[in-house]
Design a protein around this ligand. Structure first.
Ligand code: 6R9
Length: 658
């Protein structure tokens, strides 16, 4: 495991950051949360969370807030019963808000749909009736492999309504990634589209499903939404068009309440080994924390704000902050299907202007991309409706933070840098926009109700100015309830590192500055963060060595000015390359091979063909040295190398080939 100090060198300059931006008096006065929340939560944590759970409609109230007797398996709101979809949809209609717009959907080619809560209730009910007609039963798993279209949200909510467990697989993932996820969850149904728009062009999607389900016998049906009109192959008896199965269904469906701990979804995320983990989330505690955080962190006012989270529903941010948290809070939100530069680089700002977006939540990688495109682009649009800006996915560098504040937020909007993970289910560390004087680049402090610490190698909490590992030392309502089908992996990955203390190990390095604010410093394991997406080095290495020409591969995440990290691979070829042309062609083939095995986001930025890899005496690849090469740095300590001349060999080989 890398020591956190390795990562922190590049980020050390952050810790001298002394600028802080307190909220304006005007903002603070109207904010949903004030400083008393911290006190209230500290006085009685469970009572605090019970109060947050009151945000939801419970069919049966819980009898116990938290049962931690079987740690690390938590139960929250024990005995409580609720329907998640009822909470996100029907109750708003029942409360007289059926005409409020839930979703302003904006398709990439410019087509739009306006969906009110009454519409949403009808669509989700029809979808639920369709899923019932396909014979699905409570507890069954459904894979959702779709672009950002309303039917994806209807599908998730229909599953929630019926107590089916969804597994959303990002539409940019490969057939192989989809297959392994379907297989692991033993899904019975896949919901997909014929194709999806990507950078202005329709691209097929269903062929990947056809390839995946050919090898997954649990799948009985594939439900296909027509989106691009692309021709598709059709397997009679298995494949069904959405418009045939869903459109004719009744608009009435009465939701039934499920146990607070009923599984809501599985979402796969990269770990330190090659095989992605199925993170399991359940119902009552998850929805409670999503709704609470969406309310206090974004200062959301139902019926007034227009909210836009730019994530894809294939990631946890889309689950918690497009679907569950916002809809539970009766949001009016923008959902955008496409890429930020289609058809032009001002598309996001055009959308902000068009819908008068007031809360905008995005990722640092995108902010840095906008910076690259130039501030004259957002300057062409009216962004005066914005009042809160959010960031998530990776540490945000102070330059990007300041640019975001000035050029998007008009020096007026509080910025909330929100730290959390697929595993935490909802935001854990973040400023409160009406309370915190935020520092550019710091996630500041655990939210009221959340307990996090920075500890050293032995698990001892460090003080102000100290650095180490981020841990969560108390259970929280939206915490993962395990790794699907693998109890041992759950215990090992998250609870073994600080087993003596019973801390959850997040895998991130962190520091306190001299004021006690928390600064996240990136992963301390072999997980890379590329444009806010977690990809493990092992996963990419396995993809590379699955190619017949690759004998050995080592992958590192190298600092990248736009994507945070870029994937750099070092490969040893079987039989070598006979000419430069052959080498170049092979490198291209390998990049495409990784894209096919995992998905285009995992395509290495660079592949270097090397004669040897640097290894320790115990045979571990020294990624630290490869990172030095990838980042063009002077080599660090090579004394633990088995053969210290290897690095000379690598570097001279690279010099020759470049
Ligand atoms: C929500 C999400 C989780 C990992 C996490 C950390 C990094 C996320 C961050 C951040 C610094 C932030 N991360 N938010 N690092 N500051 N505000 O991104 O979930 O895809 O599971 O990634 O992302 O390294 O451990 P997920």
């Amino acid at each position: 495991m890398t020591q956190p100090s390795d990562q922190s060198t590049a980020l050390d300059n952050l810790l001298t950051e002394s600028r802080a931006f307190p909220p304006s008096e005007e903002f603070a006065k109207q904010a949903n949360a004030d400083a008393s929340l911290y006190e209230e939560a500290a006085t009685d944590r469970e009572a605090f969370w019970a109060k947050q759970a009151e945000r939801l409609h419970w069919e049966t109230r819980w009898s116990q807030v938290l049962d931690w007797s079987n740690a690390p398996f938590a139960k929250w709101f024990v005995g409580g019963r609720l329907n998640v979809a009822y909470n996100c949809v029907d109750r708003h209609v029942d409360d007289g808000h059926g005409d409020q717009v839930a979703i302003h959907w904006e398709g990439e080619p410019g087509d739009t749909r306006t969906i009110t809560y009454a519409d949403l209730k009808r669509e989700v009910s029809k979808t639920a009736n369709a899923l019932l007609s396909l014979g699905l039963e409570t507890g069954d798993r459904v894979a959702i492999y779709m672009p950002m279209i309303p039917e994806a949200i209807f599908s998730m909510l229909a599953c929630a309504r019926l107590g089916l467990t969804h597994s959303v697989v990002f539409g940019g993932f490969s057939a192989e990634a989809l297959r392994s996820r379907i297989e692991d969850a033993e899904a019975k149904l896949v919901i997909t589209t014929d194709g999806q728009y990507r950078r202005g062009n329709p691209a097929p999607l269903k062929p990947a499903v056809d390839e995946a389900v050919a090898k997954t016998p649990t799948v009985r049906n594939v439900l296909v939404v027509r989106r691009t009109g692309t021709e598709v192959d059709w397997t009679e008896g298995r494949d069904l068009w959405w418009h045939d199965v869903v459109e004719g269904q009744s608009e009435e469906h009465t939701p039934q309440a499920f146990d607070s701990e009923h599984p809501l979804y599985i979402l796969y995320t990269s770990g330190t080994t090659g095989r992605p983990k199925g993170i399991l989330h359940t119902s009552g505690g998850y929805l409670t924390q999503c709704a609470y955080t969406h309310n206090v962190v974004f200062d959301h006012k139902p019926g007034q704000d227009v909210y836009w989270c730019t994530a894809d529903i294939g990631w946890v941010t889309g689950h918690s902050y497009i679907v569950y948290g916002p809809l539970a809070n009766r949001v009016t939100q923008v959902v955008y299907e496409g890429t930020p530069n289609t058809p032009h680089e001002g598309r996001h700002w055009e959308i902000v202007q068009k819908y008068k977006v007031s809360i905008y939540y995005t990722a640092p990688t995108l902010i840095r991309t906008f910076m690259k495109w130039g501030h004259d682009i957002p300057a062409k649009f009216d962004l005066s409706s914005l009042r809160v800006l959010g960031s998530v996915g990776e540490p945000i560098n102070p330059e990007a933070w300041m640019w975001y504040r000035e050029h998007i937020g008009g020096n007026r909007c509080p910025i909330v840098d929100t730290w959390w993970q697929t595993e935490t289910g909802a935001i854990m560390i973040s400023p409160l926009p009406g309370v915190t004087a935020a520092k550019p680049g710091s996630a500041m402090a655990p939210l009221p109700g959340v307990s996090a610490r920075v500890v050293d190698d032995t698990g001892t909490p460090v003080g102000k100015g100290g650095g180490g590992y981020l841990v969560l030392d108390k259970p929280w309502p939206s915490m993962l309830r395990g790794v699907w089908g693998d109890e041992q992996r759950y215990r090992e990955t998250y609870w073994s590192r600080f087993a003596a203390q019973g801390f959850y190990f997040a895998g991130d390095g962190a520091k306190y500055d001299s004021d006690g604010a928390v600064w996240l410093l990136g992963r301390v394991d072999d997980v890379m963060n590329v444009s806010g997406h977690r990809i493990s080095t092992t996963e990419v290495e396995s993809a590379l060595v699955s190619h017949p020409r690759v004998a050995e591969a080592a992958v590192v995440g190298a600092t990248d000015p736009t994507t945070g990290q870029g994937i750099v691979a070092f490969v040893i070829l079987r039989g070598g390359a006979s000419s430069e042309e052959e080498g170049a062609a092979l490198v291209k083939e390998l990049r495409d091979h990784v894209a096919k095995e995992i998905g285009p986001i995992a395509k290495p930025r660079q592949i270097m063909v090397v004669p040897e890899l640097p290894k320790t005496r115990s045979g571990k690849i020294m990624r630290r040295l490869l990172r030095d090469v990838a980042e063009n740095r002077q080599l660090g300590d090579v004394t633990t190398l088995q053969d210290s001349s290897v690095m000379d060999l690598i570097k001279s080989g690279l010099a020759k080939s470049s």
